[in-house]
Design a protein around this ligand. Sequence first.
Ligand SMILES: CC/C=C\C/C=C\C/C=C\C/C=C\C=C\C(=O)SCCNC(=O)CCNC(=O)[C@H](O)C(C)(C)COP(=O)(O)OP(=O)(O)OC[C@H]1O[C@@H](n2cnc3c(N)ncnc32)[C@H](O)[C@@H]1OP(=O)(O)O
Ligand SMILES: Cc1cc2nc3c(=O)[nH]c(=O)nc-3n(C[C@H](O)[C@H](O)[C@H](O)COP(=O)(O)OP(=O)(O)OC[C@H]3O[C@@H](n4cnc5c(N)ncnc54)[C@H](O)[C@@H]3O)c2cc1C
Length: 650
Amino acid sequence: MNSYIKPGDNPLLTEERKKCQFSTDILAAFYHENAQKIKRRHEIYQYYLENKELHDPEPTEFMDRYHRLENAERKVSLLKKHVKKAGSPLGLHYTMMIPTILNNADDEQKAEWLPKAQNLEFIGTYAQTELGHGTNLRFLETTATYDPKTQEFILNSPTTSAAKWWPGNLGKSSNRIIVVARLISNGKDYGPHSFFVPIRDPITHKSLPGVTVGDIGPKFGIPTVDNGFLLLNNVRIPRRNMFMKNAKLNPDGTYISPKHAKLAYGTMVYVRAVMIRTMSHMLGLASTISIRYSAIRKQGEIEAGKGEVKVLEYQTQQYRLLPQVARAWAFEFAGRYTRKLYAQFLGGDVDVLPALHGVSSGLKAVVTHQTAQGIEQCRMACGGHGYSEASGLPQLFATAVAGCTYEGENMVMLLQSARQLVKIASDVRKNQKPTKQNPVTDYLYKTSAATKCKIDQTTDPDPSSVIEAFEHVARRLTFAAFDKLEQLKQRGISAENAWVQCGVDLRRAATAHTRTFIARQFSNGILEMRDLPVQAVLKDLLQLYLFYEVLECDGDLLYDGYVIGQQIEYSKNNVYEALRRLRPNAVSIVDSFDFNDRELNSVLGRRDGNVYENMLEWAKSSPLNKHDVMPFHHKYLGKMMEDARQQSKL
Ligand SMILES: CC/C=C\C/C=C\C/C=C\C/C=C\C=C\C(=O)SCCNC(=O)CCNC(=O)[C@H](O)C(C)(C)COP(=O)(O)OP(=O)(O)OC[C@H]1O[C@@H](n2cnc3c(N)ncnc32)[C@H](O)[C@@H]1OP(=O)(O)O
Ligand SMILES: Cc1cc2nc3c(=O)[nH]c(=O)nc-3n(C[C@H](O)[C@H](O)[C@H](O)COP(=O)(O)OP(=O)(O)OC[C@H]3O[C@@H](n4cnc5c(N)ncnc54)[C@H](O)[C@@H]3O)c2cc1C
């Protein structure tokens, strides 16, 4: 039943895989959406194994940033020869440059730029954030002033704080970029718009006249991405280099407004919608590493004399790790919803944008935060070796946690989600019905069921009772925040200040709303699985997810007596029961994420489980170990100890 067993594997991992009670191939295909994608993943990995030039010359953890970037550019240039999508020096090209062309370019611009972008004839990024502003786009300072005489825009960074700052791959890799700048025409400021701006010579790659560009320096993580800065001084571009699918500017400088004020923000909504899957994968990577390692790591006896046990036998270890597996699945199902909604928007349904913005804002915030928390929990559960770069977990955490900031800082995104909730609360208070069906928010128009929550002690709990409980909490918190806003305004406080004074309550309502959305997508998502053994595993993961989340918000549930303490006790027991049922399949469940050793980049998470010998090999490859005695030893510590010995003889 388990295609992951191979000769030479760590027997402790093999014995786990032999306990597998379901088809890992079916579960893997369900996670990656279909068997064809699994087949393609395996083909790419096999290709990688066979092409040594694609391999790192040494573990990248031992490289400085200069050599990491050089190595990444080398591999990316090779990937062009081998496969279409490429790694970090092109990360922003694929996640933002191409989506912006698809989303914001008119047909003529698309015809000119898209084929070149897809063929990697240039490398781009999305330069919106400035040294002085990242969240508040209305106050971006970079200007694009239209010159009707030459039919050009003149781009400038009027102040130091106007410097573009943070865009990935801006520092050294990109040569044609998207610059978000204030469109100024005929003396009028129309606010931020997107422009296609060459910043480096296509042949020499030297920065062009008027362009000052560079790398912003080391960061918390993501070392192979050259996040950069950019200052523009009277850089001229043709009028047609303004993205003109939505807003337009005629040759005489007259401006034509877009159908929807926020269409220009479509790229951000796209990335927020698609990065949910990236986060699910990151949490799946961390779960794979930590659960495989916990299945071969023996530490401590439970019963004296009976020998050390795998740390995965400890209930606490299962409680730390298995909920991360459940959340990875939950996020994958939630992400499928936002990707479908984005596809609807890209297909021309502009009306879906407010709903898409509302759900993707909250989802991006909750998922990135819980992914980062989950990876850190996986790292800590691996003891000292989790703290080693050999585990792959520190870098994975540093990459994932950036998601709490980029694409809209999480607190700001939750408050964006809250805007939608407050508008609905206002409609409900005025007895207005929803203008159109929205499965994400319709529950807010309902009142909580008269009967109390139906969470009880059963071996087959009903997900709907938990989802109704989450809806109850989200409704209560939404209307509590709304009523507080109204009270403040009735006391003469401005709407804007009332909003600020309710910020924490609004954030809590948005978080509860997003939890409800994720739970509903997970519960609906597993209904498609027809294979009974795999369905049983998914139901156990759903049960774990739902009751783990109940424990995470137990105070909100107990607050108004919607549940009683006994039901929280039931929920705890349902979590423990789910852990017990999942334990025998734990290794095979993470095997089914189907992450290969290149993606895992982890000695602890290797498919074969041969950790200790490979930890020693990894450590030996450290450049420090090229020397038995460091060349500078006697100059410093050696001399210090010699002086100390001489001193003690006096
Ligand atoms: C992809 C990752 C893959 C792998 C990971 C590994 C490595 C990756 C490395 C790096 C990451 C990659 C890229 C990162 C890129 C970036 O970070 S790009 C920059 C992102 N910046 C932002 O997101 C800025 C956040 N700020 C904003 O969005 C806005 O300024 C605002 C906070 C929403 C406020 O804007 P504004 O003041 O104009 O709006 P409000 O007054 O708050 O609301 C007015 C109405 O507009 C509606 N609105 C706002 N935004 C949108 C939107 N995007 N779409 C639709 N509608 C929007 C809002 O709801 C209001 O409507 P109303 O409520 O009806 O009035
Ligand atoms: C790894 C990484 C990659 C990035 N890549 C790109 C890229 O490719 N292109 C790009 O354009 N940008 C990029 N960014 C920039 C990123 O989008 C911004 O950092 C982000 O939008 C937050 O803006 P800021 O950093 O200016 O924080 P600020 O906007 O200054 O916010 C600072 C803090 O103030 C609080 N705050 C701000 N506004 C509000 C509000 N209205 N209500 C309540 N609290 C508020 C929040 O707590 C927030 O964390 C990247 C950032 C990182 C870390």
